[in-house]
Design a protein around this ligand. Structure first.
Ligand SMILES: Cc1ncc(COP(=O)(O)O)c(C=O)c1O
Length: 461
Protein backbone atom coordinates (compact mmCIF):
# COMPACT_ATOMS: atom_id res chain seq x y z
CA UNK A 1 0.00 0.00 0.00
CA UNK A 2 1.29 3.49 -0.80
CA UNK A 3 2.76 5.18 2.27
CA UNK A 4 0.22 8.03 2.28
CA UNK A 5 -2.68 5.56 2.36
CA UNK A 6 -1.41 3.86 5.50
CA UNK A 7 -2.59 6.69 7.72
CA UNK A 8 -6.01 8.25 7.71
CA UNK A 9 -7.49 11.45 9.06
CA UNK A 10 -9.68 9.45 11.45
CA UNK A 11 -6.76 7.55 12.96
CA UNK A 12 -4.88 10.81 13.58
CA UNK A 13 -7.84 12.61 15.11
CA UNK A 14 -8.87 9.61 17.20
CA UNK A 15 -5.41 9.03 18.66
CA UNK A 16 -5.91 11.37 21.63
CA UNK A 17 -2.46 12.95 21.29
CA UNK A 18 -0.97 15.90 19.37
CA UNK A 19 -1.41 15.39 15.61
CA UNK A 20 2.34 15.44 14.85
CA UNK A 21 2.86 12.76 17.51
CA UNK A 22 0.00 10.63 16.17
CA UNK A 23 1.40 10.84 12.61
CA UNK A 24 4.92 9.98 13.79
CA UNK A 25 3.71 7.07 15.93
CA UNK A 26 1.57 5.63 13.14
CA UNK A 27 4.37 5.84 10.57
CA UNK A 28 6.83 4.37 13.12
CA UNK A 29 4.48 1.44 13.62
CA UNK A 30 4.35 0.74 9.86
CA UNK A 31 8.12 1.01 9.59
CA UNK A 32 8.69 -1.31 12.53
CA UNK A 33 6.19 -3.93 11.33
CA UNK A 34 7.67 -3.87 7.84
CA UNK A 35 4.73 -2.34 5.96
CA UNK A 36 6.98 0.57 5.06
CA UNK A 37 10.18 -1.09 3.90
CA UNK A 38 13.70 0.29 4.21
CA UNK A 39 14.45 2.74 1.43
CA UNK A 40 10.79 3.65 0.81
CA UNK A 41 10.25 7.36 0.29
CA UNK A 42 7.78 8.91 2.74
CA UNK A 43 5.06 11.03 1.09
CA UNK A 44 6.04 14.64 0.33
CA UNK A 45 5.14 16.72 3.37
CA UNK A 46 2.65 19.00 1.57
CA UNK A 47 0.86 16.09 -0.06
CA UNK A 48 0.43 14.21 3.23
CA UNK A 49 -0.56 17.42 5.04
CA UNK A 50 -3.31 18.01 2.44
CA UNK A 51 -4.59 14.45 2.74
CA UNK A 52 -4.75 14.60 6.53
CA UNK A 53 -6.01 18.21 6.66
CA UNK A 54 -3.13 19.33 8.86
CA UNK A 55 -0.44 21.95 8.26
CA UNK A 56 2.80 21.09 6.47
CA UNK A 57 4.55 22.11 9.73
CA UNK A 58 2.74 19.31 11.57
CA UNK A 59 3.98 16.70 9.08
CA UNK A 60 7.46 18.20 9.16
CA UNK A 61 7.43 17.89 12.98
CA UNK A 62 6.31 14.24 12.68
CA UNK A 63 9.12 13.46 10.20
CA UNK A 64 11.64 15.11 12.53
CA UNK A 65 10.48 12.77 15.34
CA UNK A 66 10.97 9.76 13.03
CA UNK A 67 14.48 10.98 12.26
CA UNK A 68 15.16 11.38 15.97
CA UNK A 69 13.96 7.82 16.51
CA UNK A 70 16.40 6.67 13.82
CA UNK A 71 13.56 5.39 11.64
CA UNK A 72 13.87 7.86 8.77
CA UNK A 73 16.50 9.93 7.13
CA UNK A 74 16.05 13.20 5.21
CA UNK A 75 17.98 13.76 2.01
CA UNK A 76 18.33 17.44 1.22
CA UNK A 77 16.16 18.42 -1.74
CA UNK A 78 15.00 14.85 -2.23
CA UNK A 79 12.65 13.87 0.60
CA UNK A 80 12.53 11.63 3.65
CA UNK A 81 13.26 7.92 3.40
CA UNK A 82 12.62 4.94 5.66
CA UNK A 83 15.68 3.71 7.50
CA UNK A 84 15.76 0.16 8.84
CA UNK A 85 15.67 -0.12 12.62
CA UNK A 86 18.69 -2.53 12.55
CA UNK A 87 20.64 -0.11 10.40
CA UNK A 88 19.71 2.72 12.74
CA UNK A 89 20.47 0.74 15.82
CA UNK A 90 23.80 -0.75 14.83
CA UNK A 91 25.83 0.22 17.87
CA UNK A 92 29.10 2.00 17.25
CA UNK A 93 30.77 -0.66 19.35
CA UNK A 94 28.88 -3.91 19.11
CA UNK A 95 30.57 -5.15 22.28
CA UNK A 96 28.63 -2.54 24.31
CA UNK A 97 25.27 -4.06 25.22
CA UNK A 98 22.06 -2.04 25.02
CA UNK A 99 20.83 -1.37 28.54
CA UNK A 100 17.18 -2.39 29.00
CA UNK A 101 17.96 -3.32 32.60
CA UNK A 102 18.58 -0.18 34.62
CA UNK A 103 15.63 1.87 35.77
CA UNK A 104 16.44 5.58 35.71
CA UNK A 105 14.77 8.78 34.45
CA UNK A 106 14.87 9.70 30.76
CA UNK A 107 16.85 12.92 30.27
CA UNK A 108 14.33 15.30 28.75
CA UNK A 109 15.82 18.78 28.70
CA UNK A 110 19.62 18.49 28.50
CA UNK A 111 19.85 19.84 32.05
CA UNK A 112 18.33 23.19 31.05
CA UNK A 113 15.94 23.40 34.02
CA UNK A 114 18.79 22.64 36.41
CA UNK A 115 21.09 25.22 34.79
CA UNK A 116 18.42 27.93 35.03
CA UNK A 117 17.59 27.05 38.63
CA UNK A 118 21.23 27.05 39.70
CA UNK A 119 21.63 30.53 38.20
CA UNK A 120 18.56 31.76 40.04
CA UNK A 121 19.73 30.26 43.33
CA UNK A 122 23.24 31.63 42.91
CA UNK A 123 21.79 35.14 42.84
CA UNK A 124 19.79 34.71 46.06
CA UNK A 125 21.82 35.60 49.21
CA UNK A 126 19.27 33.93 51.50
CA UNK A 127 19.73 30.64 49.67
CA UNK A 128 23.50 30.93 49.72
CA UNK A 129 23.50 31.58 53.46
CA UNK A 130 21.24 28.64 54.17
CA UNK A 131 23.09 26.29 51.83
CA UNK A 132 26.07 26.24 54.18
CA UNK A 133 24.28 26.06 57.52
CA UNK A 134 22.67 23.36 59.64
CA UNK A 135 18.94 22.75 59.23
CA UNK A 136 16.36 20.94 61.38
CA UNK A 137 16.64 17.15 60.88
CA UNK A 138 13.30 16.93 59.10
CA UNK A 139 14.26 19.76 56.72
CA UNK A 140 13.90 23.53 56.46
CA UNK A 141 10.28 24.74 56.73
CA UNK A 142 10.28 26.15 53.16
CA UNK A 143 11.53 22.83 51.81
CA UNK A 144 8.90 20.93 53.75
CA UNK A 145 6.21 23.33 52.53
CA UNK A 146 7.22 22.71 48.91
CA UNK A 147 7.24 18.97 49.62
CA UNK A 148 3.76 19.20 51.16
CA UNK A 149 2.52 21.07 48.08
CA UNK A 150 4.00 18.51 45.69
CA UNK A 151 2.68 15.57 47.70
CA UNK A 152 -0.87 16.86 47.32
CA UNK A 153 -0.87 15.15 43.91
CA UNK A 154 -1.21 11.91 45.93
CA UNK A 155 -4.26 13.24 47.77
CA UNK A 156 -2.39 14.18 50.96
CA UNK A 157 -3.31 17.13 53.18
CA UNK A 158 -0.57 19.55 52.11
CA UNK A 159 0.56 19.96 55.72
CA UNK A 160 4.29 20.78 56.06
CA UNK A 161 4.29 19.40 59.62
CA UNK A 162 3.67 15.98 58.12
CA UNK A 163 6.64 16.16 55.73
CA UNK A 164 10.28 15.22 56.13
CA UNK A 165 12.91 15.84 53.44
CA UNK A 166 15.20 12.91 52.59
CA UNK A 167 18.06 12.10 50.22
CA UNK A 168 15.68 10.10 48.02
CA UNK A 169 13.13 7.40 48.79
CA UNK A 170 15.75 4.75 49.57
CA UNK A 171 17.20 6.98 52.29
CA UNK A 172 13.67 7.60 53.60
CA UNK A 173 13.03 3.87 53.72
CA UNK A 174 16.29 3.32 55.53
CA UNK A 175 15.40 5.99 58.14
CA UNK A 176 12.01 4.37 58.70
CA UNK A 177 13.25 0.79 58.98
CA UNK A 178 16.12 1.72 61.28
CA UNK A 179 13.64 3.52 63.51
CA UNK A 180 10.88 0.92 63.54
CA UNK A 181 12.45 -2.48 62.94
CA UNK A 182 14.80 -4.70 64.89
CA UNK A 183 16.83 -7.68 63.60
CA UNK A 184 14.58 -10.66 63.01
CA UNK A 185 11.41 -8.57 62.47
CA UNK A 186 9.15 -9.59 59.62
CA UNK A 187 8.14 -7.13 56.89
CA UNK A 188 5.22 -8.02 54.65
CA UNK A 189 5.56 -7.00 51.01
CA UNK A 190 4.55 -8.01 47.47
CA UNK A 191 5.96 -11.39 46.36
CA UNK A 192 7.99 -9.43 43.79
CA UNK A 193 9.35 -6.33 45.45
CA UNK A 194 11.73 -3.40 45.15
CA UNK A 195 15.38 -4.59 45.35
CA UNK A 196 16.33 -1.59 47.55
CA UNK A 197 14.02 -2.96 50.26
CA UNK A 198 15.70 -6.33 49.91
CA UNK A 199 19.15 -4.74 50.28
CA UNK A 200 18.07 -3.03 53.51
CA UNK A 201 16.44 -6.20 54.82
CA UNK A 202 19.65 -8.17 54.26
CA UNK A 203 21.71 -5.53 56.03
CA UNK A 204 19.32 -5.24 58.97
CA UNK A 205 18.58 -8.98 59.12
CA UNK A 206 14.87 -8.42 58.57
CA UNK A 207 12.71 -11.19 57.24
CA UNK A 208 10.75 -10.25 54.13
CA UNK A 209 7.50 -12.13 53.63
CA UNK A 210 6.18 -12.14 50.04
CA UNK A 211 2.41 -11.70 49.65
CA UNK A 212 0.70 -13.10 46.57
CA UNK A 213 -0.27 -10.60 43.86
CA UNK A 214 -2.58 -10.31 40.88
CA UNK A 215 -2.81 -7.68 38.13
CA UNK A 216 -3.76 -5.06 40.77
CA UNK A 217 -0.89 -5.90 43.09
CA UNK A 218 -1.07 -7.29 46.61
CA UNK A 219 -4.09 -9.52 47.36
CA UNK A 220 -6.03 -8.46 50.48
CA UNK A 221 -6.93 -12.05 51.47
CA UNK A 222 -3.32 -13.17 51.16
CA UNK A 223 -2.24 -10.19 53.26
CA UNK A 224 -4.87 -10.95 55.90
CA UNK A 225 -3.76 -14.59 55.98
CA UNK A 226 -0.10 -13.57 56.51
CA UNK A 227 -1.02 -10.96 59.12
CA UNK A 228 -2.99 -13.57 61.09
CA UNK A 229 -0.20 -16.13 61.00
CA UNK A 230 2.98 -14.09 61.20
CA UNK A 231 4.00 -11.70 63.94
CA UNK A 232 4.61 -8.68 61.66
CA UNK A 233 3.98 -4.99 62.24
CA UNK A 234 5.34 -3.55 58.97
CA UNK A 235 3.85 -3.63 55.50
CA UNK A 236 5.78 -2.28 52.48
CA UNK A 237 3.82 -1.87 49.27
CA UNK A 238 3.67 0.01 45.96
CA UNK A 239 0.03 0.55 45.00
CA UNK A 240 0.77 2.66 41.89
CA UNK A 241 2.95 1.40 39.01
CA UNK A 242 4.52 -1.39 41.01
CA UNK A 243 8.10 -2.16 40.07
CA UNK A 244 8.55 -4.54 38.21
CA UNK A 245 4.99 -5.50 37.17
CA UNK A 246 3.29 -2.10 36.63
CA UNK A 247 0.38 -3.37 38.77
CA UNK A 248 -1.78 -0.49 40.00
CA UNK A 249 -4.38 -0.92 42.70
CA UNK A 250 -7.91 0.31 42.02
CA UNK A 251 -9.64 2.34 44.74
CA UNK A 252 -11.60 -0.68 46.04
CA UNK A 253 -8.34 -2.67 46.24
CA UNK A 254 -6.72 0.17 48.17
CA UNK A 255 -9.65 0.24 50.57
CA UNK A 256 -9.47 -3.53 51.07
CA UNK A 257 -5.72 -3.44 51.79
CA UNK A 258 -6.17 -0.48 54.16
CA UNK A 259 -8.89 -2.38 55.98
CA UNK A 260 -6.57 -5.36 56.56
CA UNK A 261 -3.76 -3.04 57.72
CA UNK A 262 -6.16 -1.31 60.12
CA UNK A 263 -7.50 -4.58 61.51
CA UNK A 264 -4.04 -6.02 62.12
CA UNK A 265 -2.45 -2.77 63.24
CA UNK A 266 0.16 -2.83 60.48
CA UNK A 267 2.31 0.23 59.83
CA UNK A 268 2.24 0.97 56.11
CA UNK A 269 5.39 1.98 54.19
CA UNK A 270 3.98 3.10 50.83
CA UNK A 271 6.33 3.50 47.88
CA UNK A 272 5.13 6.14 45.40
CA UNK A 273 8.39 6.59 43.49
CA UNK A 274 7.05 5.38 40.14
CA UNK A 275 3.57 6.78 40.74
CA UNK A 276 5.24 10.22 40.82
CA UNK A 277 5.33 10.09 37.01
CA UNK A 278 1.54 9.70 36.74
CA UNK A 279 -0.49 12.68 35.54
CA UNK A 280 -3.23 12.06 38.09
CA UNK A 281 -2.24 9.37 40.60
CA UNK A 282 -5.06 7.75 42.57
CA UNK A 283 -5.19 8.88 46.22
CA UNK A 284 -2.32 7.23 48.06
CA UNK A 285 -3.13 4.20 50.18
CA UNK A 286 -1.63 6.20 53.06
CA UNK A 287 -4.47 8.72 52.86
CA UNK A 288 -6.76 5.93 54.08
CA UNK A 289 -4.48 5.27 57.07
CA UNK A 290 -3.07 8.70 57.89
CA UNK A 291 -1.99 7.83 61.43
CA UNK A 292 -0.25 4.53 60.69
CA UNK A 293 1.47 5.15 57.38
CA UNK A 294 4.59 6.57 55.75
CA UNK A 295 4.33 7.74 52.14
CA UNK A 296 7.69 7.71 50.36
CA UNK A 297 8.45 9.38 47.07
CA UNK A 298 11.17 11.30 45.25
CA UNK A 299 12.16 13.08 42.05
CA UNK A 300 14.29 10.13 40.92
CA UNK A 301 11.98 8.82 38.20
CA UNK A 302 10.71 12.18 37.00
CA UNK A 303 13.77 14.44 37.02
CA UNK A 304 16.79 12.25 37.76
CA UNK A 305 18.08 10.09 40.61
CA UNK A 306 21.13 12.34 41.01
CA UNK A 307 19.01 15.09 42.60
CA UNK A 308 18.71 12.86 45.69
CA UNK A 309 15.62 14.59 47.02
CA UNK A 310 12.65 12.72 48.37
CA UNK A 311 9.95 13.18 50.98
CA UNK A 312 8.28 11.15 53.70
CA UNK A 313 4.70 12.09 54.55
CA UNK A 314 3.62 10.83 57.98
CA UNK A 315 2.04 11.93 61.24
CA UNK A 316 4.28 14.47 63.09
CA UNK A 317 4.85 12.15 66.07
CA UNK A 318 6.40 9.59 63.71
CA UNK A 319 8.57 12.20 62.02
CA UNK A 320 10.09 13.29 65.31
CA UNK A 321 11.11 9.64 65.87
CA UNK A 322 12.67 9.48 62.37
CA UNK A 323 14.70 12.60 63.14
CA UNK A 324 17.02 10.44 65.28
CA UNK A 325 17.88 8.28 62.25
CA UNK A 326 18.53 11.37 60.14
CA UNK A 327 20.78 12.77 62.85
CA UNK A 328 22.74 9.54 63.06
CA UNK A 329 23.08 9.38 59.26
CA UNK A 330 24.08 12.86 58.19
CA UNK A 331 22.42 15.41 60.56
CA UNK A 332 20.23 16.68 57.71
CA UNK A 333 19.74 16.58 53.96
CA UNK A 334 22.27 18.86 52.21
CA UNK A 335 20.09 22.03 51.88
CA UNK A 336 21.11 22.95 48.35
CA UNK A 337 19.36 19.90 46.92
CA UNK A 338 15.87 20.50 48.38
CA UNK A 339 16.42 24.15 47.45
CA UNK A 340 16.45 23.06 43.80
CA UNK A 341 13.38 20.88 44.32
CA UNK A 342 11.59 23.73 46.10
CA UNK A 343 12.30 26.09 43.21
CA UNK A 344 10.94 23.49 40.77
CA UNK A 345 7.77 22.91 42.78
CA UNK A 346 7.09 26.62 43.32
CA UNK A 347 7.82 27.62 39.71
CA UNK A 348 5.85 24.80 38.09
CA UNK A 349 9.03 23.28 36.59
CA UNK A 350 8.41 20.07 38.57
CA UNK A 351 5.09 19.59 36.76
CA UNK A 352 6.72 20.38 33.42
CA UNK A 353 9.44 17.80 34.06
CA UNK A 354 6.85 15.18 34.95
CA UNK A 355 4.89 15.93 31.76
CA UNK A 356 8.09 15.77 29.69
CA UNK A 357 8.98 12.45 31.32
CA UNK A 358 5.57 11.06 30.39
CA UNK A 359 5.95 12.23 26.77
CA UNK A 360 9.38 10.61 26.59
CA UNK A 361 7.97 7.38 28.06
CA UNK A 362 5.15 7.40 25.49
CA UNK A 363 7.64 7.89 22.63
CA UNK A 364 9.71 4.93 23.83
CA UNK A 365 6.67 2.69 24.35
CA UNK A 366 5.48 3.53 20.82
CA UNK A 367 8.76 2.19 19.45
CA UNK A 368 9.04 -0.86 21.73
CA UNK A 369 5.53 -2.27 22.05
CA UNK A 370 4.89 -3.16 18.39
CA UNK A 371 7.66 -5.77 18.74
CA UNK A 372 5.68 -7.53 21.45
CA UNK A 373 2.40 -7.75 19.58
CA UNK A 374 0.55 -10.96 20.42
CA UNK A 375 2.58 -11.57 23.59
CA UNK A 376 1.13 -11.45 27.07
CA UNK A 377 3.10 -8.48 28.41
CA UNK A 378 2.11 -5.81 30.94
CA UNK A 379 2.78 -2.15 30.21
CA UNK A 380 1.29 1.15 31.31
CA UNK A 381 1.19 4.36 29.27
CA UNK A 382 2.93 6.19 32.16
CA UNK A 383 5.57 3.59 32.97
CA UNK A 384 8.92 3.02 31.25
CA UNK A 385 8.86 -0.62 32.38
CA UNK A 386 7.48 -3.60 30.49
CA UNK A 387 6.82 -6.81 32.38
CA UNK A 388 7.17 -9.74 30.02
CA UNK A 389 6.10 -13.23 31.15
CA UNK A 390 7.98 -15.57 28.82
CA UNK A 391 6.25 -18.08 26.56
CA UNK A 392 7.16 -21.77 26.84
CA UNK A 393 9.80 -23.12 26.94
CA UNK A 394 11.86 -20.14 28.07
CA UNK A 395 13.14 -19.76 31.61
CA UNK A 396 14.03 -16.21 32.63
CA UNK A 397 17.68 -17.01 33.34
CA UNK A 398 18.16 -18.74 29.96
CA UNK A 399 16.41 -15.93 28.16
CA UNK A 400 18.42 -13.16 29.79
CA UNK A 401 21.67 -15.07 29.14
CA UNK A 402 20.74 -15.50 25.46
CA UNK A 403 19.85 -11.82 25.26
CA UNK A 404 23.09 -10.79 26.95
CA UNK A 405 24.97 -12.80 24.35
CA UNK A 406 23.04 -10.97 21.65
CA UNK A 407 23.94 -7.61 23.20
CA UNK A 408 20.86 -6.69 25.26
CA UNK A 409 20.53 -6.51 29.06
CA UNK A 410 17.25 -7.05 30.93
CA UNK A 411 16.33 -7.97 34.53
CA UNK A 412 14.91 -11.37 35.41
CA UNK A 413 12.07 -11.86 37.89
CA UNK A 414 14.61 -13.40 40.29
CA UNK A 415 16.00 -9.96 40.93
CA UNK A 416 12.70 -8.96 42.56
CA UNK A 417 11.59 -12.25 44.14
CA UNK A 418 11.15 -12.03 47.89
CA UNK A 419 12.77 -14.67 50.08
CA UNK A 420 12.49 -18.11 48.56
CA UNK A 421 9.29 -17.30 46.63
CA UNK A 422 9.48 -19.13 43.29
CA UNK A 423 10.06 -16.40 40.72
CA UNK A 424 7.86 -16.46 37.60
CA UNK A 425 9.43 -17.02 34.18
CA UNK A 426 9.40 -13.33 33.32
CA UNK A 427 11.72 -10.41 32.67
CA UNK A 428 11.50 -6.67 33.17
CA UNK A 429 12.40 -4.51 30.20
CA UNK A 430 13.28 -0.90 31.12
CA UNK A 431 12.99 1.63 28.36
CA UNK A 432 14.49 4.56 30.25
CA UNK A 433 18.22 3.78 30.24
CA UNK A 434 19.02 3.33 26.53
CA UNK A 435 20.31 6.56 25.00
CA UNK A 436 18.11 6.64 21.90
CA UNK A 437 14.93 5.37 20.32
CA UNK A 438 16.99 3.79 17.59
CA UNK A 439 18.86 1.66 20.14
CA UNK A 440 15.56 0.66 21.72
CA UNK A 441 14.16 -0.38 18.32
CA UNK A 442 17.26 -2.45 17.58
CA UNK A 443 17.27 -4.03 21.05
CA UNK A 444 13.56 -4.86 20.91
CA UNK A 445 14.09 -6.52 17.56
CA UNK A 446 16.74 -8.65 19.27
CA UNK A 447 14.32 -9.43 22.13
CA UNK A 448 11.78 -10.65 19.56
CA UNK A 449 14.34 -12.63 17.56
CA UNK A 450 15.70 -14.39 20.66
CA UNK A 451 12.19 -15.06 21.94
CA UNK A 452 11.23 -16.68 18.65
CA UNK A 453 14.27 -18.95 18.75
CA UNK A 454 14.75 -21.96 20.99
CA UNK A 455 16.76 -21.94 24.21
CA UNK A 456 19.99 -23.88 24.04
CA UNK A 457 20.66 -25.87 27.18
CA UNK A 458 24.28 -26.20 28.04
CA UNK A 459 24.90 -29.25 30.18
CA UNK A 460 28.06 -29.96 32.04
CA UNK A 461 29.35 -33.50 31.65
C1 LIG B 1 10.08 1.11 43.55
C2 LIG B 1 11.25 1.99 43.84
N1 LIG B 1 11.31 2.60 45.03
C3 LIG B 1 12.34 3.40 45.35
C4 LIG B 1 13.37 3.62 44.46
C5 LIG B 1 14.53 4.48 44.89
O1 LIG B 1 14.23 5.79 44.78
P1 LIG B 1 15.28 6.92 45.16
O2 LIG B 1 16.20 7.10 43.99
O3 LIG B 1 14.45 8.10 45.42
O4 LIG B 1 16.05 6.48 46.37
C6 LIG B 1 13.35 3.01 43.22
C7 LIG B 1 14.43 3.20 42.27
O5 LIG B 1 14.62 2.46 41.33
C8 LIG B 1 12.26 2.17 42.90
O6 LIG B 1 12.18 1.54 41.73
Amino acid sequence: MAAENLITKASILGAGKPKYQAIADELALHILNGQLPTGERLPPQRKLAQRLAVTAGTVSHAYAILEQRGLATARVGDGTYVRSPEQAAAPADSSTPVDLAHNVAIPTDDGLALAETLQRLAADPRVLRQALSYQPETGHLRHRQAGALWLRRFGTRGDANRVMVTHGAQHGLSCILRTLARPGDAVLTESLSYPGLQALARLMRLQLIGIEMDAEGMLPDALAHAARNIDAKLLFCSPGLHNPTNATMSLPRREAIAEVARRHNLLLLEDAVHAAAQAAPLPALSTLLPEQSFLLTSFSKVAGPGLRVGYIEAAPQWLSKLAASMRADCWMVAPLLPEIATDWVDSGVADQLIAAQRRAIAGRLAVALPFLQGLDYRSDAESPLIWLPLPEPWRASQFSAALRQAGVLVRTADHFAVGRTAAPHAVRISLNAAPSLAEIAGAMQTVLRVLQGAPTTQMDP
